[in-house]
Design a protein around this ligand. Sequence first.
Ligand SMILES: [Zn+2]
Length: 59
Amino acid sequence: MAHGKSQFCVWRCTKCNKVLKTTAYNKQNKETIATELKMFCNSCREQVPAKRKDAKKSS
Ligand SMILES: [Zn+2]
């Protein structure tokens, strides 16, 4: 099963830099995906802005 069109990305807390979430999205919809989202950080124990960073392919 190849997921060639899926781009993996990690969401990091902008306060403590901890990875909050890892997601995958379709590259073709790259325009529609946000680069910053409000998420709950368990380390900061509050809603924080999380920044998306695309993961590199590991193959
Ligand atoms: Zn945090």
